[in-house]
Write a protein that binds this ligand. Structure first.
Ligand SMILES: Nc1ncnc2c1ncn2[C@@H]1O[C@H](COP(=O)(O)OP(=O)(O)OP(=O)(O)O)[C@@H](O)[C@H]1O
Ligand SMILES: Nc1ncnc2c1ncn2[C@@H]1O[C@H](COP(=O)(O)OP(=O)(O)OP(=O)(O)O)[C@@H](O)[C@H]1O
Ligand SMILES: [Mg+2]
Ligand SMILES: [Mg+2]
Lengths: 164, 167, 167, 164
């Protein structure tokens, strides 16, 4: 299960922000435009999303905090997801697994698995191993709950295959 | 792999039928493999059919907004039951639901809580009151998001979060 | 007819800018005629740009769900102001809005009430409490819709309508 | 402005149902699936919608009440919209304008303007005259409020032209 999410310079989270995730049902609340869906984007991104469009941007660097009245833009965006792996659900021999993704204004990217540099595909593979892929069904985006009904029979079948 | 697919599909079907009835308090639903031109199981599409309680079977396009949401939630959770996923993030999936359906929806989420951790983004007081933890996201300083931990009493009528409990 | 189009567009633009500020309590928005390859005003597309208050200008795709709704409501009402329409039916347009935005939304609808009659379908108690009349639609007999007139007190916590006031 | 809407055999409104529309803001409320959006479909239909898809069906006869546990299906669907025309907004010389649309299981259709048989295009033209067309902006369907932002620049332009 997820233990925590740390965002720094990711979209509207200009400052380092740590969110702890308890078990059970956690409701994330706040006014329109406050940054709730940006938290969802951060989770998708750190799990290896390769589509800027899936994060509502047009380029991958659109996730870097781009400035506010009181703050100039950030040079990089970084998100770390900490995963409780005491049940060894992930194919990594550690109690806690930390996944970090970073991108600079230049487009340069960096990926870390428990503080060691790795490739994006290593991160994607670890989570694909437990059925969590960025295309799939563990993250339902705003406005997309009825995607399964909207899609064509063939598209639906692809989603099922990912689950199989 | 053809067999694995059919096997998984049948597993999901069973759960879907059961979850649909829990969420709707009745009615029936099914997952159907379309006829494919090649007659190859790996080629055919997948159809969803559903009939809410007390209603006649008719085209899925005629379903209401709330009925569509509940049908898709049943299908999603049916997939989880066949292949448990440790966490699930739901962004405003309750937008189209009336409060009676939100109650049934949250009751069903609770059935999965032992195997799945849920993070639910919502504007609904109903959903908030049924959750274990509330997390607030605010933008006090313009353009900058921060989080605050929140108690249900702190969420005012207009959705604003009182700052007295900033963590 | 090219002139009529540009004239109407400029009229709508002005109203859009003003309505956007009312709905958002600030910020700015505009309607822009795209460059067209033929340089013909009747050929070019129309772009919407908007910047919520306190935020930097950035791509429209990055807007939140509620911000998108409010922007589109501003545009819609701007078109009404340029060409009044006697009635307007809104089916659950408040689905993505928090309660503070629902208040601003209804306040703006009131500005149009003298020229436009609004029929708003909603699950939100907030919207209901700001409306002049409540109309209930129920399905007591399975599969059959009936209408009932409703008072705000008759709408219970779970969205069910008490039948004591069937008309 | 709208005075009243009468539905008979239209979708889930098996029995003749009359809705009076006051001025101001009227909120239509009720549980999921009770028939609220069906009322919106009835308004679109009686104003001359020619697309079964816009009414969530696949054929025009999908709007006929198709039966329930206690009731067998209807043979026809009929909707009458009554319009207060005291200000002569509509190009019809009457205090009140009644528009009726009827369809039978056979697909046979009938249109009435103040109880006189007319063609569908007569109804469409009268309302186009006041900027109310079934494609346009006086009816915002469920889930479609951000259609103006979703559409392409060219599509948006067509909507503006209808308003001009
Ligand atoms: N790179 C960025 N830098 C700074 N701010 C950004 C960036 N990308 C997006 N934003 C801001 O984030 C805001 C959207 O946040 P988000 O979608 O998370 O809102 P939300 O809390 O989900 O709201 P709603 O309840 O309306 O869905 C937008 O106003 C946008 O301007
Ligand atoms: N021809 C028909 N005959 C009988 N019932 C029909 C017909 N067409 C649609 N329905 C029923 O109408 C119901 C949908 O109604 P509607 O979309 O108006 O609900 P709603 O009140 O808008 O709900 P929500 O709040 O979920 O959007 C469906 O359950 C469908 O079965
Ligand atoms: Mg959001
Ligand atoms: Mg509806």
């Amino acid at each position: 299960m997820l233990k925590a999410l740390e965002l720094n310079g990711f979209k509207s989270f200009a400052d380092r922000t740590r969110l702890e995730f308890p078990s059970g049902i956690t409701a994330v609340v706040g006014p329109n435009g406050s940054g709730k869906s940006n938290v969802v984007d951060a989770i998708k991104w750190v799990l290896g999303s390769q589509s800027a469009k899936a994060l509502r941007g047009s380029e991958m660097t659109d996730v870097i905090f781009s400035g506010s009245r009181s703050r100039k833009q950030a040079n990089a965006a970084e998100v770390t997801l900490s995963f409780d792996n005491s049940a060894r659900i992930l194919d990594v021999d550690d109690e806690v697994v930390h996944v970090t993704r970073r991108v600079l204004r230049s487009g340069e990217a960096e990926y870390l698995l428990n503080r060691e540099v790795c490739r994006l595909r290593d991160i994607r593979e670890i989570f694909a191993g437990i059925g969590v892929t960025t295309g799939a069904y563990s993250i339902i985006e705003q406005g997309k709950v009825d995607a399964l009904l909207q899609s064509s029979p063939k598209e639906r079948r692809l989603i099922f295959e990912e689950a199989a | 792999s053809r067999d694995i697919f059919v096997q998984t599909l049948n597993l999901v079907r069973g759960h879907f039928q059961e979850l649909y009835r829990s969420l709707f308090g009745g009615g029936e639903a099914d997952i159907i493999m379309e006829e494919s031109e090649t007659d190859d199981v790996l080629e055919c599409g997948i159809e969803i059919v559903a009939r809410p309680p007390g209603k006649q079977p008719r085209s899925m396009s005629l379903l209401s907004g709330g009925e569509r949401t509940m049908t898709c939630v049943a299908l999603l959770l049916a997939i989880f039951r066949s292949r448990p996923t440790p966490f699930c993030v739901l962004d405003e999936v309750d937008a189209a639901l009336d409060e009676a359906n939100i109650d049934r929806f949250v009751d069903v989420l609770r059935e999965f809580m032992s195997s799945t951790q849920f993070i639910v983004i919502t504007h609904s007081k109903r959903t908030m009151s049924c959750s274990d933890t509330l997390y607030g996201i605010t933008m006090q300083e313009s353009g900058i998001s921060k989080h605050v931990s929140v108690r249900f009493e702190d969420v005012s009528a207009d959705g604003q979060i009182r700052q007295s409990v900033q963590s």
